[in-house]
Design a protein around this ligand. Structure first.
Ligand SMILES: [Zn+2]
Length: 253
């Protein structure tokens, strides 16, 4: 059912939240756009202007690594300034109230953690861009360390322990999905009774599979997105409105 207007959609969503005992939110870029972080995939987004650097190219080419880090440093003012929006804060309220055990996100911006979710309760399918990780041994590095090393040496730094390249802790194109995150997301989708798909076009794998899985396991499905998605037909409720306005009423509940 597609909500006829914002008010009736919010009312119906409120009822469904009240009736649910285990809510599983799944978030995409749309929840973060009001915080100033661009949707990389959208028309006019960064990826339509700057071709993403695939994982194998990052590994093979020092120049690709340098370019990748230059782009990341150029984005730093945007990421550093972003604060959780109304959508993030509404979900954090439901988390504190015990309704949400964990959250699945396609976003890499760390804003769910910043809104109050414990890091172990944020399942990041595409990783996190606010720190770096060695692709060999998995050691984590601060971005500030990467930047200092890059500026001192004039090239992207390698791990001080194992000499393998250090990359943002994100999942690049062509890089394997994180197995642990996928396994936990699958289990959560199987055991929730309300699945909230928020700000995702639900076309990129594996995002597209989770709403369907939750639905097949008996959960109700709500899709909140400005644009239609391929899965709207499956949903018990579709709200095609701004995410901040839709979830704003649930902040502090
Ligand atoms: Zn290493």
């Amino acid at each position: 059912m597609i909500a006829s207007d914002l008010r009736s959609g919010v009312e119906r969503l409120g009822d469904m939240i009240a009736e649910a005992s285990t809510i599983l939110p799944f978030t995409g870029a749309g929840i973060s756009t009001e915080t100033g972080i661009p949707d990389f995939r959208s028309p006019g987004g960064l990826w339509t202007r700057n071709r993403p650097i695939p994982f194998d190219e990052f590994i093979a080419s020092p120049e690709a690594r340098a370019e990748s880090w230059r782009r990341r440093f150029a984005m730093e003012p945007t990421f550093a300034a972003a604060k959780p929006g109304r959508g993030h804060r509404a979900l954090a309220s439901l988390y504190r109230a015990g309704k949400i055990p964990a959250i699945i996100t396609q976003n890499i911006d760390n804003l769910h953690q910043a809104s109050g979710f414990a890091p172990e309760h944020v399942i990041e399918l595409h990783g996190n861009t606010t720190y770096a990780r060695c692709i060999g041994c998995g050691r984590d590095y601060d971005l500030a360390w990467v930047r200092r090393s890059f500026e001192a040496a004039g090239e992207a730094p390698d791990c001080t322990d194992c000499d393998e390249p250090v990359k943002t802790a994100t999942v690049s194109f062509g890089q394997a999905m994180p197995e642990d995150a996928m396994r936990r997301a699958t289990e959560l989708a199987q055991h929730c009774d309300l699945f909230l798909a928020i700000g995702s076009s639900l076309v990129v794998w594996p995002a597209a599979g989770f709403p369907q899985l939750a639905r097949n396991c008996g959960a109700r499905l709500v899709i909140i997105n400005n644009e239609p998605t391929d899965q709207d037909d499956l949903a018990d409720l579709v709200i095609r409105h701004d995410i901040g306005e839709t979830l704003g009423p649930f902040v502090g509940n």
